[in-house]
Design a protein around this ligand. Structure first.
Ligand SMILES: [Zn+2]
Length: 475
């Protein structure tokens, strides 16, 4: 060991103290600095362009998913975060050929057929390679299907249940989506159980540019009939033709289920100081459907979460609690990433102070929804003041505020947080080939980064306890 002159030791100390991260806590000045840093940064948009333009679609088990894991991990390592790849076995469903035409209907001019625009649902079974031809049975809802149970065997069942854009325009987009996806999930399963040859649903979306919207079906091994979403226009056409008389379709869908694949949750920690053992999660899901490039679903959530660490690193701010960015694996067709995390962290779940998840697109954010208990109601006043200039100061308390990836944590008592977003347009391109980078407004993305950076930082530095979510509310 060499002995250094005193002036060198002093110089080294001064240099180090300048480099040591600051812990300014939840002072208004610090909160304002975070907001301004987020609003002027293009970092998140650049990462979103990398993810969507360089990698593209990222369905579980695909090469795109694997490349995305490496890309996000590399970006987080570059920021100096502590990166862990948590192994997750993910399903590997691969889309094949998909085509359909109406080959028989009352009033059909000789020799004509009508093309139907559709796309296979995740987990769909396959038709023979040459297709199958069967009569189409159009039903309005579950009761209609049950009432006509005797007709189902050997038919192609179409649930002509349409997305209610008017509800979406009035702040109820999630509910409008749920009304339709009940058929994509439970309806496909029911039709399979009743002996249908195939099952179709009207697309769960509102733009109606003759786009089919994919999504997970409710089909499982042993009950895997061909299943597809048809463009809303084609669902309407089939309902009209069926009203004229018998209607037959030739349907070809050749998806495959391959063996499960090794994938990962990308976990990147920004270690805390005096409360480093407590964790605040900020997250989005890295997988996407295969048709588009998943810019809104959920590239926005992933890069906003990544940008929390970028923003704090730029300011050299160090949180008291550990901030954990998670890019979840396999949200779209299995939630295996969330399950793996829950399994590994069940025992120490109480060290999770809060969990933020963004998965509703890049519409303008207005604030935050949370399942933190009511008693903690006023805890965010300084934070809300800092968010006023972004127009994102609202806070809504719900029994459950969690999306699919943090729902399990919430059920175990971890308060969840998810941005309150204008999602009236979200389902226009959701799960379609048109979910691409150009649909994301760069200014809104900056507002998202400001919102999640401020909330995550604030939660990571709170003095008072937040309490536990009422997990029973969701069970
Ligand atoms: Zn999503």
């Amino acid at each position: 060991m060499s002995r250094k002159p005193l002036y060198l030791i002093l110089a080294t100390c001064l240099f180090n103290s300048a480099a040591v991260a600051a812990t300014p806590g939840n002072q208004p000045a610090a909160l304002n600095q975070i907001r301004e840093a987020a609003l002027k940064s293009d970092w998140a948009y650049e990462r979103l362009a990398d993810l969507t333009d360089l990698v593209g679609p990222r369905l579980s088990g695909s090469a795109g998913e694997a490349a995305a894991v490496q890309q996000v991990a590399a970006a987080m390592r570059k920021l100096g975060a502590t990166v862990t790849l948590q192994p997750v076995k993910v399903p590997h469903w691969v889309r094949g050929a998909e085509s359909a035409e109406l080959v028989e209907y009352s009033g059909r001019p000789a020799g004509l057929s009508q093309k139907v625009v559709l796309t296979a649902l995740g987990g769909s079974g396959a038709t023979p390679a040459a297709g199958l031809t069967a009569q189409v049975m159009v039903v309005r809802d579950f009761d209609d299907l049950k009432a006509r149970a005797a007709e189902v065997k050997g038919r192609i069942v179409l649930f002509d249940v349409r997305f209610d854009q008017d509800m979406a325009n009035h702040g109820l987009a999630g509910q409008a989506y749920g009304q339709v996806t009940r058929y994509r999930g439970g309806g496909t399963r029911m039709a399979a159980e009743m002996g249908a040859a195939a099952v179709l649903v009207s697309s769960a979306g509102g733009a109606n540019y003759r786009l089919p919207h994919t999504g997970a079906s409710g089909l499982q091994d042993g009950l895997r009939i061909p299943a597809a979403a048809v463009a809303v226009e084609d669902s309407l056409l089939m309902a009209r033709l069926a009203a004229r008389g018998p209607l037959s379709m030739k349907l070809t869908l050749t998806p495959q289920i391959l063996p499960d694949v090794d994938s990962f949750n990308v976990i990147a920690d920004l270690p805390g100081t005096d409360k480093a053992g407590e964790i605040v999660i900020v997250s989005g899901h890295l997988d996407s459907w295969d048709l588009g490039t998943g810019a809104n679903d959920d590239g926005t959530g992933v890069v906003s979460s990544m940008a929390v660490i970028d923003t704090l690193k730029k300011l050299n701010f160090q949180p008291r609690r550990t901030i954990r960015m998670i890019a979840w694996a396999n949200e779209e067709n299995g939630s295996r990433g969330a399950q793996a995390y829950l399994e590994a962290n069940k025992a120490g779940v109480e060290k999770h102070f809060a969990a933020v998840e963004t998965d509703e697109g890049s519409g303008r954010p207005f604030g935050m929804r949370t399942s933190a208990p009511q008693s903690a109601g006023a805890f965010a006043a300084p934070l809300q003041a800092a968010l006023l200039p972004v127009g994102a100061a609202a806070m809504q308390r719900l029994d459950s505020a969690a999306g699919a990836d943090v729902r399990g944590l919430e059920q175990l008592g971890v308060p969840s947080f998810s941005p309150l977003i204008d999602d009236s347009d979200y389902f226009s391109y959701h799960h379609t080939a048109a979910d691409t980078l150009d649909k994301v407004d760069p200014q809104n993305l900056k507002r998202h980064v400001a919102l999640v950076s401020l909330w995550t930082w604030y939660l990571a530095n709170m003095e008072q306890p937040l309490g536990r979510a009422n997990g029973a509310a969701r069970q």
